[in-house]
Design a binder for this molecule. Structure first.
Ligand SMILES: [Fe+2]
Length: 501
């Protein structure tokens, strides 16, 4: 095992007992490369071959005001697995704001909980006062990794193999790019959206396999909204307008307070992948807020064609504050699944009648789910969700839902050990939908260490089948993705042919 340590970044962050700057959320400021991780339990499977990427909200500088976990700078942790061996590297994303703060040696932007005007420089995002961090999501499209920000910033490009920073996406529209673009590997297209305070309040776009903005249209909404995720089927893209959004009166005074608006339904915009605003089919549903969808697909039936959507319905989108958290009582509640109570749910949109039907798939409080990626946009049976420590944004286990039988399998991590969002990686030659693995990073507060861990997706209850030591303790983080080495090779070949043509 050879560890290469890179020159340290400038940091002004002081030790803190802030709930999201300490313990499993203690930022990691070291950038390293490790050629081969040491396996400390089991064996790394030799029937998966790809790259696991995780984005992390990992602050570098002392906050100007009150820190919110979504304010952190972006650090990407990467493991590449091939032939039963794993390498590791991690890098900060050099966004323009990160670079400006490196030059200044201190924070220049305030955070989500700070009054508008706290920032020393013009702000970004739908909120307009924030740092463009790129620290929410990560996805690989046509051989490039894109890191995106939930408030809509630039899409920051990285080489998924080397983690070399490639700057901002040249196709990025002026209104920014939200977290959670979606890729259709069959067509090589990436679908995305953004939102803002200005009419028409949302746009939707398609980037083709050559990295060109092939489609970009307005999605007119009644006012500023706070959508977080979108879904795709083979023919449709699904965007949403939910009743949790900024209070309009307070917004006039530049105060950004999310409120549930009583009597306002949830609405879904189904737009053909390359459709115009007039092609949108709107569907109403019961009021809620949804952070993440797990899958969507089309079905044909005697009652008409349907589009099916699955995700996590919040029973309490505006949660009660967690009073014992004092000045952080609202922030702690808004990042706690047990406070907003998210449960697996299915919506069916009947394209013939225009009606929506809904059903709850599980009573368990879960979020941050994954499916077998080979079943994206197809009817899928299994969903692997994460559970969290009550009161905290910390993943402490998994639930495997069988949506056909309603059966659930559960795995709870030991006390003080926390996981990351965990992509389901199908085994080479997989014989069934659940034949594969969950890949994750663990943060172990008991030992002050972190590990790569792999679980058997068909039998999560037995816990990790393999663990390999990381060279440093990493912070808990947010979204992840997996990309097959074979996909990267196919994308490189496509690019080579396109350039030769
Ligand atoms: Fe998200």
């Amino acid at each position: 095992m050879t560890i290469t340590r890179h020159p340290p970044v400038k940091t002004s962050l002081e030790p803190s007992n802030h709930p999201y700057l300490s313990g499993p959320w203690t930022p990691c400021h070291e950038e390293v490369d490790v050629d081969e991780l040491e396996v400390i339990e089991g064996a790394i499977p030799d029937d998966i071959d790809g790259i696991y990427l995780r984005n992390t909200e990992n602050p570098v500088h002392q906050p100007l005001g009150r820190h919110h976990p979504f304010d952190g700078d972006a650090m990407v942790h990467q493991v590449s697995i091939s032939g039963g061996k794993a390498s590791y590297r991690n890098r900060f994303i050099r966004t323009h704001c990160f670079t400006e703060e490196q030059i200044a040696g201190k924070s220049l932007w305030g955070g989500l909980m700070d009054p508008h005007g706290t920032s020393a420089r013009p702000g970004y995002g739908a909120h307009e006062g924030l740092k463009d961090t790129g620290s929410t999501d990560i996805i690989v499209h046509a051989g490039t990794a894109y890191a995106t920000f939930y408030q809509c910033g630039e899409a920051w490009m990285l080489d998924p193999v080397t983690l070399a920073n490639k700057g901002k996406a040249p196709w990025g529209p002026v209104d920014g790019v939200s977290a959670h673009p979606k890729v259709d590997e069959a067509t090589g297209e990436m679908m995305f959206f953004n939102y803002s305070k200005y009419a028409p309040y949302m746009h939707y776009g398609v980037v083709d396999r050559e990295g060109n903005l092939a489609h970009y249209v307005p999605i007119p909404l009644p006012g500023p909204r706070l959508p977080h995720d979108m879904a795709i089927t083979k023919n449709w893209s699904i965007l949403n307008d939910m009743p949790l959004f900024w209070d309009a009166n307070l917004l006039e005074r530049n105060i950004h307070a999310a409120r549930i608006h009583e009597g306002v339904p949830t609405r879904f915009a189904l737009i053909p992948r390359h459709g115009a605003p007039e092609d949108i089919r709107w569907f109403e549903a019961s009021p809620t807020y949804v952070l993440h969808w797990t899958n969507a697909y089309e079905v044909s039936g005697s009652d008409g064609d349907e589009v099916v959507l699955e995700g996590y319905y919040q029973d309490k989108p505006m949660p009660d504050p967690i009073e014992e958290a004092g000045e952080y009582s609202h922030m702690m509640a808004y990042v706690d699944e047990h406070s907003f109570q998210s449960r697996l749910h299915r919506w069916r949109f009947n394209l013939k009648t225009g009606e929506t039907t809904e059903e709850r798939l599980s009573d368990r409080i879960v979020e941050f789910g994954m499916i077998n990626p080979d079943y994206l946009m197809q009817k899928s049976r299994y969903i692997w969700s994460t559970t969290t420590r009550p009161g905290w944004f910390l993943f402490n286990g998994y639930v495997r839902h069988d949506t056909e039988t309603g059966g659930e399998q559960v795995y709870q991590l030991p006390e003080g050990v926390y996981a990351s969002e965990s992509p389901m990686v199908p085994r080479k030659g997989a014989s069934s939908e659940d034949d594969g693995y969950l890949v994750t990073f663990l943060i172990d507060e008991n030992t002050g260490t972190s590990q790569l861990a792999i679980l058997d997706a068909s039998d999560i209850a037995k816990g990790p089948i393999c663990r390999a030591a990381l060279p440093h303790k990493i912070s808990s983080g947010v979204h992840t993705c997996w990309v097959e080495h074979s996909q990267l090779a196919a994308d490189a070949e496509f690019k080579r042919k396109a350039q030769a043509a």
